[in-house]
Design a protein around this ligand. Structure first.
Ligand code: ASP
Length: 584
């Protein structure tokens, strides 16, 4: 037996017991006549003691060879500790060691295995197995396990069946780019890794499974963006014989359950907001509603003077920064520089200080008077002591820019409290999205999403106005889930492909299997998928998903530990009948 107890287990009640422990050497303190070793495993740390009087020469000899992260096994007696350590649960005891075995040696780790390590991100990723020995990383992985278990138990109790769907499927051009896998036995042909199990879960509904879920890896070969992973995990769900409200109720229940189980937070009914309203009030379809600073549209009270920048703009819109009048001129200039960064893209920013005496001072005093400013304050909800920040330009751009500023300011002003949870449903998304590059409409969610009841006809005349029977769950400014009620009739699906610019041949080649299935009694159905990585991170009070993934890829999509992606050798290429045109 390697151990009788773990290193987090022994207490003063265990005094005088003979125990065997195993683990890693966290640290050694050598006072000459006395040596202490902190022995660590997943469960905690137990202190071992060796001294000249009570410990044999032979053991002391072995102890002198120990280095950090050596794996050892010891047998000894639990004794009361002279100087207690109130910081750890085993702090009242130590082990007087009578036997020691070095199970394995260790090189000196390239960074310290401490909560606050001296290792940088890249180094820690290269030696991720050492990083995982650190408390914060290990705790995040344990936390993820807890969330996953709570998801499984909730959905299973609600009658959902977890079913696996294939990873080797067929490439489709819609959506993001696919990762492809060459087939050796079918020369010149490729599988694709699923971007989501979308069509399979719909086929499971045709198969009568009624309530499906799967905690599943999805793969998207997207251009790299901060905190995106090429492979990520979804809680993927589908139900038959449901309308939008059935889905919202079921999955609101799931999130409520998680918040209660994991965080001890009870939340009432989630608010619902239409996409249009979210865009107008917050400038984004994933608003963080933990704080105010809503967008105030100023056109009506700002376009009557000689200020051409505003007069020519499609939208002039502002927010009030609480207490922002205390910002120095320099700080305001910094904000202006911030919105002008290419990532945000504003051309400039007008501001207006709301003084405590009720007067105003703006950067456009030449054009406007105190009466104007009072109206701006009213529209943006600015109080005395606030600062109004105003952007102008093309509606969709300007909203996005101001939303970015709103989030940035909320972050610096500490308004994004990680212990507060503010979920909401965003509904009535547009069905289609205009793509400037290809000059045609794309499905905003995916081509299997149905329009809101009664809107199919509008597709012919005003495609951009058609609302989808689609919904997102937003939590603290993050989209954590999204789904839709699907099309379940062959003719409707065929029409939709037609509107999306597929020829009947293309539609048949790519999605014929689905439309065929719809001919055999497909029930009305709908579903949703949640991003597990992000959900776990937010519940954990953080927003970096990498911290909750055991072996994540870096920002360039690389696994620096196993050094992937990598070239493959010529024999492999030959076997696959592939020829490289680029030099590896
Ligand atoms: N498959 C969709 C996605 O991955 C979610 C859904 O519609 O259920 O975004």
């Amino acid at each position: 037996m390697y151990r009788t107890h773990t290193n987090g287990e022994l207490r003063i009640e265990d005094k005088n017991k003979t125990v065997t422990l195993a683990g890693w050497v966290q640290k050694t303190r050598n006072k000459g006549f006395m040596v202490w070793v902190d022995l660590r495993d997943r469960y905690g740390i137990t202190q071992l003691i060796f001294d000249e009087e009570r410990t044999s020469e032979e053991i002391l000899e072995t102890v002198s060879k120990l280095g950090r992260e050596f794996v050892i096994q010891v047998t000894g007696t639990v004794i009361k500790r002279e100087s207690k350590n109130p910081d750890i649960p085993t702090g009242d005891i130590e082990i007087l060691v009578s036997e020691i075995t070095i199970l394995n040696e260790s090189l000196t780790p390239p960074f310290t295995i401490e909560d606050n390590t001296d290792g940088g991100e890249e180094l820690r990723m290269k030696y991720r197995y050492l990083d995982i020995r650190r408390n914060p990383v290990r705790e995040n992985l344990v936390f993820r396990h807890k969330v996953t278990m709570a998801v499984r138990s909730y959905l299973s109790n609600e009658g959902f069946i977890e079913i696996e769907t294939p990873y080797l499927i067929k490439s489709t051009p819609e959506g993001a780019r696919d990762f492809v896998v060459p087939s050796r036995v079918n020369k010149g042909q490729f599988y694709a890794l699923p971007q989501s199990p979308q069509t399979f879960k719909q086929l499971l509904m045709v198969g009568g499974m009624d309530k499906y879920f799967q905690i599943v890896k999805c793969f998207r070969d997207e251009d790299l963006r901060a905190d995106r992973q090429p492979e990520f995990t979804q809680i993927d769900c589908e139900m038959a014989f449901v309308e939008q409200d059935d889905i919202l109720n079921t999955f609101e229940g799931l999130i409520r359950h998680l918040l209660k189980e994991i965080k001890g937070v009870e939340i009432g009914e989630f608010p619902k907001m239409t996409y249009d309203e979210a865009m107008q009030r917050y400038g984004t379809d994933k608003p963080d509603i933990r704080f105010g600073m809503e967008l105030g549209e100023l056109n009506a009270v700002i376009q009557h003077k000689d200020f051409n920048v505003f007069n020519q703009a499609e939208l002039v819109v502002g927010i009030a920064i609480p207490g922002g009048n205390s910002f120095s001129r320099k700080e305001i200039d910094k904000l202006i520089d911030w919105v002008k960064r290419p990532q945000v893209g504003a051309l400039g920013m007008v501001y207006c200080r709301c003084n405590m005496d009720g007067s105003y001072k703006s950067s456009v005093d030449k054009f406007y008077d105190q009466k104007d400013f009072a109206q701006w304050a009213q529209v943006t909800g600015a109080q005395k002591g606030d600062l109004i920040c105003i952007l102008s330009g093309e509606t969709s751009k300007v909203r996005t820019q101001l939303s970015a500023l709103r989030m940035e300011l909320a972050e610096t002003l500490g308004l994004r409290n990680p212990d507060e949870f503010a979920p909401l449903w965003v509904i009535d998304f547009p069905l289609l999205e205009w793509d400037e590059e290809t000059k045609r409409y794309h499905a905003m969610h995916h081509p299997f999403t149905s329009p809101r009841p009664g809107q199919m006809e509008l597709l012919k005349t005003n495609p951009g106005d058609v609302k989808a029977n689609a919904y997102d769950l937003v939590l603290n400014g993050n989209e954590i889930g999204g789904g839709s009620i699907r099309i379940h009739k062959k003719e409707t699906q065929a029409k939709m492909f037609d509107y999306l610019g597929f020829t009947p041949e293309e539609a048949k080649a790519q999605f014929g299997f689905l439309m065929d299935a719809f001919q055999y009694g497909a029930p009305p159905h709908g579903g949703i998928a949640f991003g597990l990585d992000r959900l776990v991170a937010i519940l954990g009070g953080q927003e970096t998903i990498r911290d909750f993934i055991a072996f994540p890829k870096n920002n360039s999509g690389r696994d620096v530990m196993i050094d992937a992606p990598a070239a493959i050798d010529q024999t492999q290429l030959d076997e696959l009948n592939l020829q490289l045109r680029i030099k590896p």
